[in-house]
Design a binder for this molecule. Structure first.
Ligand code: SF4
Length: 977
């Protein structure tokens, strides 16, 4: 998500800017750079300006920015604005952004660019902290000339902006070959809300009435700064290029596919589609297909219709997606077969004895497959020996060859291994160089032909030998071609895999699976879902291999994997999994199995809730639902605004015993201590739950609690406790029964409430929420022992209810684990059950309870969970590869060294990668990279640019620290009092 921000706003709203995915600044001067440093933003390039960390942001727009972002990124990389236009054309042709553009008249950007006809002005609105009532729009500004000349086949809507009127005639201009037809329709320019509009930004153009337009804002300030003759174009009615037979009956339907009938679930009031006024409209196309596609408004009231895509069997219960069976050696994969677990060796493949020993170790731990890197001819030769030796030792575990950049090696190893993994980003293409950013249709077609030529022999060989294949896309290693069209987006990942899959299918080869890995679980989840949605559309049924790449080590790595893999398993997706940890490969098997068990258990029991319709969750483009943080009410003596954190809250359960040692408790809560008094810090717990209150006469415990309340830490306690041993300013925890009986009314007026809900209550019970003032937060909680109720599904139902009813309460995910829960199960259970919601933007915090676990472990797990879901950064983010036969140094040891010295840099992301073959490509969005360049030598990277080569290992960690300092990202570690 990009945010366009004025320098003025940047100076004033640092807090708001902090953690945004990407900021486009008006002018990248000294002041801006200084301000951006304060918000941890990384300057990226001249057009886009600084680019903050790419974690998803809260108020994302409902439209499909992906393609527009791709165009923007491509432009930024190029530094050539003229190059944007063809990308925009493609962006508009792309089904996911067909209708997604409205012009932005933003004079500063325009004036920096000599000709607006060759400009893509990138912006996203919702620059205010509050959710905007209208749909937001990705913005693209093109002139009529550009539109007619460069976007052939697209009807554009063109309107001159007048500084005197909000309404102006617009022209629908359609270009076909050399002829252009125009037709004129009235259009209304609708301003954004004054309150939310930063100076100079936010002009909507929409074929609509002005019924919503009650804002006091006038359009003049914008127009005064805008060339009066600037032309605004809105692309409408775009038939995606690959589907020329589709006729769009009305400009309002911007999204049609190769379907006979499009069923629109509800026609937005603002949309006139032919003469239809009903709730259901059937749009006919000339396609001979017989599929039906459901369309729905992309958000409430939006004129943009998007397909109501199905990405899993059910959103209200876990039902495993049916796939075909793929045979990997003698092990069946997919369909109803168990979820297979696998890992990868780390030894040098040429060292046959060591590799064989490693494979045996892994097999003994219970893996179903083992993958081995095969980088060249010598390794391929070694593979024959490895296979033979294993067979002699009676180990028949299927072996998988991991191939990058080496089609001939793949061909050779297909003769002895059971499965070949190819990376579509580099199998036939070089690593993305950004040397060719202009792809004409011809160029694109030629590259596809080249891929087919290079890839087909491998497909034929796999057919001949009965081998399986994995088309394994990685977010960090996409080809130039894909990057130029789609950017490094989930859509790009899917398209990259589909190119290869189409070739397999053309050759009638179907023994393959897909993977869509990324180190960012949010991106990874989106990519898999998009892929499955696409497969449903296409009628394909290939199994999925799930994984989060470069997840790291220890609990961090397990948590990231649990979020990504667990989320998909809860959706019934995934047939084989690998947990990539920077640990010995056999250590991956245990978390893998725990995850597989979790997914199998959920699918076997079909955990879930009663069917409900989901209209608000956006599963293809992240959009965080931010609950309303507590506001300060008049007359309140304590400040409640800090009891929840805007980026995600951590709540902890505290016992009476802990209150007896206040200083220890403050430290455990992550507070700073100054002369024995607690202060909130970056990673301080936001609120605590006290299941039992200390007696009124226990002055010491009560004083400890008062000190916490004084630093804005919320203290939640059950209603019965608060009624019997009142604690000043505590937040009373009530359940639905207490709400319905009115028991909470016994509390003094104005007492704040936290309501515990399961999510599967009757709607009558949920309606109780509407009538109660003083609700500060909701705790979503389903008892852990309830096997049939899916907590993810129950929470989805609750969020759907809240959104439908306009209830904006913050929701905390509360899990109370049973006694003696295994530590790894806890991490995986929290990651899968809470992560599955947070990656969809559903939830404002977490409360994990487990009687037998250490307090610090639970606290750290909670913060890890929020960071893994790209919500709240409280420590350095590491991306480290799991290592393989290519690794040039001891990854675990070096990784531990680097972590020890740099773990206090929240907001900084460091990649530690074993080799330069894949390392730089796979480290995705890390700020700094430490990559094995040659034996004993390290290359250092800033972003994806190598800045120092061949540093001796001994001095490389210090050089990395110096690099971080040189880029102004270093702070000294905190000194304990
Ligand atoms: S980055 Fe290189 S060393 Fe690390 S896992 Fe990937 S290929 Fe192996």
């Amino acid at each position: 998500m990009l945010h366009l921000i004025t320098n003025d706003l940047l100076a004033r709203e640092l807090d708001w800017c902090r953690g945004r995915e990407a900021l486009v600044v008006e002018q990248l001067g000294q002041d801006a750079v200084r301000a951006l440093r304060q918000v941890d933003a990384v300057p990226a390039d001249p057009l886009l300006g600084p680019r903050a960390h790419r974690r998803p942001v809260r108020p994302a727009h409902p439209l499909h920015l992906e393609a527009v972002l791709a165009a923007a990124r491509a432009a930024a990389r190029l530094g050539q604005r003229r190059a944007v236009e063809p990308r925009l054309a493609r962006a508009l042709q792309h089904p996911h952004s067909a209708y997604a553009t409205v012009a932005s008249g933003y004079d500063r950007l325009s004036s920096r660019i000599p000709c607006c006809s060759s400009t893509l002005c990138i912006c996203a609105n919702r620059l205010g902290p509050t959710r905007h009532p209208f749909p937001s729009y990705a913005a693209a500004s093109v002139s009529s000339t550009a539109a007619s000349g460069k976007l052939p086949g697209i009807t554009t809507r063109v309107a001159p902006i007048s500084s005197t009127s909000l309404a102006a005639p617009i022209t629908d201009r359609t270009t076909s070959g050399t002829s252009t037809t125009d037709s004129t329709t009235p259009v209304i320019m609708r301003p954004t809300s004054a309150a939310l509009r930063p100076p100079g930004l936010g002009l909507f153009c929409q074929k609509s009435s002005v019924s919503h337009d009650t804002d006091p804002y006038t359009i003049d300030p914008l127009l005064n700064n805008t060339k009066s003759n600037m032309l605004i174009a809105m692309a409408t009615g775009v038939a995606p290029a690959p589907l020329p037979h589709v006729r769009v009956r009305d400009g309002g339907i911007g999204f049609t596919r190769s379907v006979d009938f499009a069923k629109i679930l509800s026609v937005p009031a603002t949309l006139r589609v032919g003469s239809s006024r009903g709730r259901v409209l059937v749009a006919k196309s000339s396609s001979t297909g017989s599929d039906t596609m459901e369309l729905e408004p992309s958000s409430e009231g939006s004129p943009l219709l998007v397909p109501r895509q199905k990405y899993c069997e059910s959103i209200y219960e876990t039902r495993r997606r049916k796939t075909r069976t793929v045979m990997v050696g003698n092990v069946p994969l997919g369909s109803d077969h168990p979820i297979r677990i696998q890992t990868m060796t780390t030894s040098d493949t040429k060292d046959v004895a060591k590799t064989v020993e490693e494979v045996m170790r892994i097999a003994d731990k219970g893996a179903d497959f083992v993958r081995i890197t095969v980088q060249g001819r010598k390794e391929a030769d070694a593979c024959f020996e490895i296979k033979n030796t294993l067979v002699q030792k009676n180990y028949n575990i299927p072996l998988v060859a991991d191939i990058h950049f080496a089609p001939t090696v793949a061909l050779r190893v297909a003769e002895c291994f059971d499965k070949i993994r190819v990376n579509p980003g580099n199998f036939a293409d070089r690593r993305a160089q950004f040397e060719q950013l202009e792809y004409t249709e011809d160029d694109y077609q030629k590259e596809l032909e080249h891929i087919e030529k290079v890839f087909s022999p491998l497909v034929e060989k796999c057919k001949q030998y009965g081998r399986a294949m994995r088309i394994g896309t990685n977010h960090g290693s996409l080809s130039d071609r894909i990057m130029s069209y789609y950017g490094d987006s989930p859509r790009g990942m899917v398209e990259s895999a589909l190119e290869f899959a189409r070739i397999c299918r053309k050759l009638d080869f179907h023994n393959f699976v897909f993977s869509m890995k990324a180190s960012n679980p949010v991106i990874m989840v989106q990519a898999y879902r998009l892929l499955v949605a696409e497969m449903y559309n296409l009628g394909w049924d290939y199994p999925l291999h799930l994984g989060v790449t470069e997840a790291g080590e220890g609990e961090d790595g397990r948590m990231k994997s649990a979020i990504g893999i667990g989320t998909l398993l809860m959706d019934g997706l995934g047939d084989t999994i690998r947990v990539s940890l920077t640990e010995p490969p056999e250590e991956e098997i245990d978390p893998c199995r725990r995850l597989a068990n979790l997914g199998t258990h959920a699918a076997d029991l079909q955990i879930g809730v009663a069917p409900f319709e989901e209209k608000h969750r956006r599963y293809f483009d992240f959009q965080r639902r931010s609950g309303q943080l507590p506001l300060q009410k008049e007359g309140e003596e304590v400040d409640y605004r800090g009891v929840l954190h805007r980026d995600g809250s951590v709540l902890m359960s505290v016992s009476l015993d802990q209150l007896k040692a206040p200083e220890l408790l403050y430290r455990s809560l992550g507070a700073k201590l100054v002369v024995g008094m607690p202060f909130k810090d970056l990673a301080t717990v936001d609120s605590i739950l006290l299941r039992e209150l200390p007696p009124v006469e226990d002055a010491q415990s009560r004083l400890a609690l008062k000190r916490l309340v004084d630093i804005s830490m919320g203290v939640l306690t059950p209603l019965s406790e608060q009624l019997t041993k009142p604690l000043p300013h505590a937040i009373a925890l009530v359940n639905v029964d207490e709400l319905s009986s009115g028991a909470h009314k016994l509390l003094p007026e104005g007492t704040r409430l936290a309501v515990t809900l399961r999510g599967d209550e009757s709607y009558e019970q949920l309606d109780l929420l509407k009538g109660v003032d003083d609700i500060t937060m909701l705790l979503h909680s389903v008892p852990y022992g309830e096997e049939k109720t899916g907590r993810v599904h129950a929470a989805r139902r609750l969020f759907e209810y809240l959104e439908t009813n306009g209830l904006n309460f913050p929701v905390i995910h509360h899990i109370k684990f049973p006694k003696s829960v295994n530590r790894d199960d806890l991490v995986i259970g929290a990651g899968a059950n809470v992560g599955a919601l947070l990656v969809d933007g559903l939830g404002d915090g977490v409360l994990l309870e487990a009687a037998d676990q250490e307090f610090e472990f639970l606290r750290d797990t909670s913060f890890n969970l929020l960071q893994g879901c790209r919500m709240r950064n409280t420590k350095t983010e590491y991306v480290s590869c799991p290592s393989c036969g290519r690794t040039l140094f001891d990854l675990q040891e070096v990784s531990a060294q680097i972590r020890e010295k740099t773990s206090h840099l929240p907001g900084v992301s460091i990649a530690i990668m074993g080799c330069i073959v894949n390392g730089p490509g796979e480290m995705a969005d890390a700020d700094f990279g430490y990559v094995g360049g040659a034996p004993g030598k390290i290359d250092l990277y800033v972003g994806k640019t190598v800045v120092q080569r061949g540093i001796a290992m001994e001095g490389a960690t210090d050089a990395l620290i110096q690099l971080i300092k040189d880029h102004g990202r270093w702070v000294d570690p905190p000194v304990e009092e």
